[in-house]
Design a protein. Structure first.
Length: 328
């Protein structure tokens, strides 16, 4: 009797856009289940697709408790990014399903995008472009990044890359994070401060924390009130870290100078308040999407799935307690 062919659901657009990574799964003898379209897969469709699958190479699709309960064979969900807030990790753990991510795989891309957003804000890049293509030769005076203070909220892989680049621009860097990276901070001249001090002090606040119960709406009306009226907010982490209604109000009233956002509470963006503002720069959750990062994330996801299905402990497990009682 021949062995059953392993079925892999690939919802990650990063993986689907990387033919060598997809080929690696096929070469391993796996049958691939690939959804139609090029978008986040809704919950109802996931329930239909996942039933006979042994593993998922996942994007930001909603792997809820309901989806997981429809997948009796599922052994591992490998995210091809860093955030895993779209996966019900508690439900996965209860069912013996490994959940993994790909820490650091898109850190350089996100850090570069964050720096680009800072430049766009302080040098009015979008406004100058729009003015010029409209036929106006308008010179809007900008502000240098040099000698400004950058406040980094979350000094993980991405936050570290941002700090290094900010220091190269001649910025002072302060940071807050529940984890202490003292060696890195000492080497790169980063000073740890509490969040309220960071908000009061920073000329630019950049967010690089995960979204969880402790960071949901971390930047709310009260936090924004701490910031200087000349300060800017940059978010390339997760939309839910910022209370968008409070941010729109702060921008409308010029309580802060401006904001640059790559992520939103609801994606695609539905919040109409941002469109009427002239002190925002927006991008469509693209910070981590470069040719190089796509390839790194795709291969990490594929290699993680294949290792787990071989019975090897993969890197990046976010629920390590499940390992001893994982599904086999």
């Amino acid at each position: 009797m021949s062995a059953r062919i392993l079925q892999i659901l690939v919802t990650s657009l990063n993986c689907r856009d990387c033919p060598p990574a997809m080929a690696l799964l096929r070469e391993a003898g796996c049958a691939l289940v690939v959804p139609d379209g090029h978008r986040v897969v809704p919950e109802e469709q996931l329930c239909r697709l996942v039933g006979d699958c042994d593993a998922v190479v996942a994007g930001i699709d909603p792997f809820t408790a309901g989806v997981l309960s429809a997948a009796p064979r599922l052994k591992v969900i490998a995210r091809t990014g860093v955030g895993y807030d779209a996966v019900d990790v508690e439900a996965a753990t209860a069912l013996g399903i490994l959940v993994t991510n790909a820490p650091g795989s898109n850190a350089i891309s996100v850090a570069e995008h964050a720096m680009g957003l800072m430049w766009a804000l302080l040098r009015h890049g979008v406004a100058l472009h729009n003015s010029l293509v409209a036929g106006r030769w308008q010179r809007i005076v900008g502000t240098e990044l040099a000698d400004k203070t950058l406040g980094v909220v979350g000094l993980g892989n991405i936050g570290k890359q941002v700090a290094v680049r900010a220091r190269a621009f001649g910025m002072a860097v302060i940071a807050t994070d529940p984890v202490r990276y003292d060696d890195f901070a000492a080497q790169h001249g980063v000073r740890y401060v509490p969040l309220d001090e960071l908000l009061r002090t920073a000329d630019i606040v950049t967010l690089h924390a995960p979204l969880d119960a402790t960071t949901h709406h971390l930047i709310d009306r009260a936090a924004l009130a701490f910031m200087k009226p000349t300060a800017y907010l940059v978010n390339t982490a997760r939309g839910g870290i910022v209370d968008e209604d409070a941010l729109v109000a702060a921008l409308q009233m010029r309580r802060i100078a401006g904001a640059a956002l790559d992520v939103f509470e609801e994606e695609p963006l539905r919040h109409g308040g941002f469109g009427a503002l002239d002190n925002v720069v927006l991008s469509p959750h693209i910070a981590g999407i470069t040719k190089e990062a796509i390839e790194r994330m795709a291969f990490v996801g594929v290699q993680t799935v294949l290792a787990a299905l071989r019975g090897e402990r993969p890197q990046g497990i976010v629920n390590p307690d499940v390992w001893e009682h994982r599904r086999r």
